[in-house]
Design a protein around this ligand. Sequence first.
Ligand SMILES: *[C@@H]1O[C@H](CO)[C@@H](O)[C@H](O)[C@H]1NC(C)=O
Ligand SMILES: *[C@@H]1O[C@H](CO)[C@@H](O)[C@H](O)[C@H]1NC(C)=O
Ligand SMILES: *[C@@H]1O[C@H](CO)[C@@H](O)[C@H](O)[C@H]1NC(C)=O
Ligand SMILES: *[C@@H]1O[C@H](CO)[C@@H](O)[C@H](O)[C@H]1NC(C)=O
Ligand SMILES: *[C@@H]1O[C@H](CO)[C@@H](O)[C@H](O)[C@H]1NC(C)=O
Ligand SMILES: *[C@@H]1O[C@H](CO)[C@@H](O)[C@H](O)[C@H]1NC(C)=O
Ligand SMILES: *[C@@H]1O[C@H](CO)[C@@H](O)[C@H](O)[C@H]1NC(C)=O
Ligand SMILES: [Zn+2]
Length: 512
Amino acid sequence: MKLNALLLLSTLGLGAVNGERLNRRHIAKRQAAAGTIVTTTAVTSPATVATTTSTQASTTTTAAAPAGTTTSTTSTVAQATTAVVVSSSTSSTTAAGQAGLTTTVSSGPPALATGTTIPPLSEITLGMPTRVTLAAETTITAGATPPISGAPVIPTPAASDYVLSSWPAQDKIPPTDSTEVQEWLKELDGYDIPDLSLTVNGSCAASPAQAADAANRGWWTCGGYTRLTDIVACPTKYDWGVSFDDGPSGYSAYLLDFLEEKDISATFFVVGSRVIERPAILLEEYMAGHEISVHTWSHSALTNLTNEQIVAELGWTRKAIKTFLGVTPTTMRPPYGDIDDRVRAISLAMGMVPIMWTRSPSGAQFDTNDWRVAGGQVAGNDSFASFEEILGNATLIDTGFIVLQHDLFEISVDLAVGYTLDAALTHSPAFDLKSIGSCSGIPEGNMYLETNTNTTFPYSNSTSVDVSGDGTVDTQSGTSNTTSGTTSGAFTNAIPFISSMGVGLAALSVLL
Ligand SMILES: *[C@@H]1O[C@H](CO)[C@@H](O)[C@H](O)[C@H]1NC(C)=O
Ligand SMILES: *[C@@H]1O[C@H](CO)[C@@H](O)[C@H](O)[C@H]1NC(C)=O
Ligand SMILES: *[C@@H]1O[C@H](CO)[C@@H](O)[C@H](O)[C@H]1NC(C)=O
Ligand SMILES: *[C@@H]1O[C@H](CO)[C@@H](O)[C@H](O)[C@H]1NC(C)=O
Ligand SMILES: *[C@@H]1O[C@H](CO)[C@@H](O)[C@H](O)[C@H]1NC(C)=O
Ligand SMILES: *[C@@H]1O[C@H](CO)[C@@H](O)[C@H](O)[C@H]1NC(C)=O
Ligand SMILES: *[C@@H]1O[C@H](CO)[C@@H](O)[C@H](O)[C@H]1NC(C)=O
Ligand SMILES: [Zn+2]
């Protein structure tokens, strides 16, 4: 994915890259059943240092069907009239200089090698100058073979699938009277969906009755209550489940470059409204061996929505992913972690297992707090300092942990690429960075409906599931249990999710 040899093709020529090229390292890693990881010496670009610029070059892969100039990273470029993805970039900017990033961290924020494009921590803050957004760097053709064994080849979306207006309005709860939603609602037939009262915006403070009942209703937001059906941690101590939420975005490509260079697989919890804007980035994530999971259409707090609205949120996102990738995730993550037994039951009835992020027994969340920086609440250095404290909790728990990070804005990508992931890689004791399915021992094929071979995953019936295998239906909460904490605080100033890249950032206060 390095923009090594930039080839600017004619407006008619579409660069096509065999998908295999992208994912060989991840395939090798996945297939190396145990231990030895195949390391390939990455071909690094001559550190073309990107100049900091506020140019927004983000108009790719929106409505336009395949057309336009294409930047390709390879010398094996072919004409491909069947290309389903157009990738164009007006810039040769890459996540340059990351080769020099692995500095040894003993204490405090890592010092960055000179020549990187990541600013010092103290300068990572709301209002920082931004780099150009990047389009997908590689085009992937219809018919390409995905890295998941047995998965359908990359489909050919209809021209209308690239037209935003043919999807529900972005960043709004989709209407529930459409034929699609009415059809998806049938998936709940026969399931016992608990009749819980709705919360006010998923806020503990604004929903006192529900907050008082949080343990009974398994409401995560107010106290961290989980059920055994939820994936809340990596089972193996010091495993770090890597996840990025809210994309795909114009900054995801910087992250993908870094992940490839470090040979890390992650789980991307994608928002449907973003998927239809940047299907090429989503494809690149999938083809590079990362896991794709559902993170709703409008990023609303789900405990505040009706059953029908939840079905619409999950259903449209699932459909967008299936349209561009050909597969349907068997997992989801609720925005803000806002889930209760009603939301959980609906997700499971629709074939999606909830994935949270980890809370320590003290209630500390493995949250990098990058969203607080993007929201202007704290500066990068303070965010990193608090995350380092939380990391200390890794020694307190018997399991590994799942970490919350984001790839919607440059701020959070810069924090990840320049600091948090780097700190993880250089930490002592060493962390083992993995995608969540991988750290959970879920075979990669089972992360998608089309390739899933496990008849009890996702669980067929959330209200009569016996995950623990003790012969009785599970009802107990998970271990995490605090009645106050950052999550409830975060919701007191919750505002509707802001979508547009580089727009309205100042208004953003919550980005979970
Ligand atoms: C789910 O479990 C409930 C309670 O055991 C049962 O009544 C219902 O029939 C089950 N539904 C399905 C679809 O298995
Ligand atoms: C979500 O909460 C807001 C604020 O209380 C409320 O106006 C709205 O009606 C709620 N949504 C639903 C579906 O009840
Ligand atoms: C909940 O959301 C609605 C709709 O966005 C908004 O009008 C209301 O002020 C919010 N309430 C709280 C408590 O955040
Ligand atoms: C972060 O930077 C600000 C401003 O430079 C400073 O006041 C603050 O103490 C720093 N925080 C940490 C944890 O270093
Ligand atoms: C666990 O995290 C909290 C912050 O939430 C921190 O105060 C505490 O020191 C951490 N524990 C350890 C052992 O690092
Ligand atoms: C199927 O999924 C269940 C639930 O996650 C798990 O306990 C079981 O081990 C899985 N079976 C196989 C063969 O992977
Ligand atoms: C949660 O903590 C409170 C106070 O420490 C305790 O009373 C309650 O039993 C705990 N609930 C669970 C489910 O562990
Ligand atoms: Zn989110």
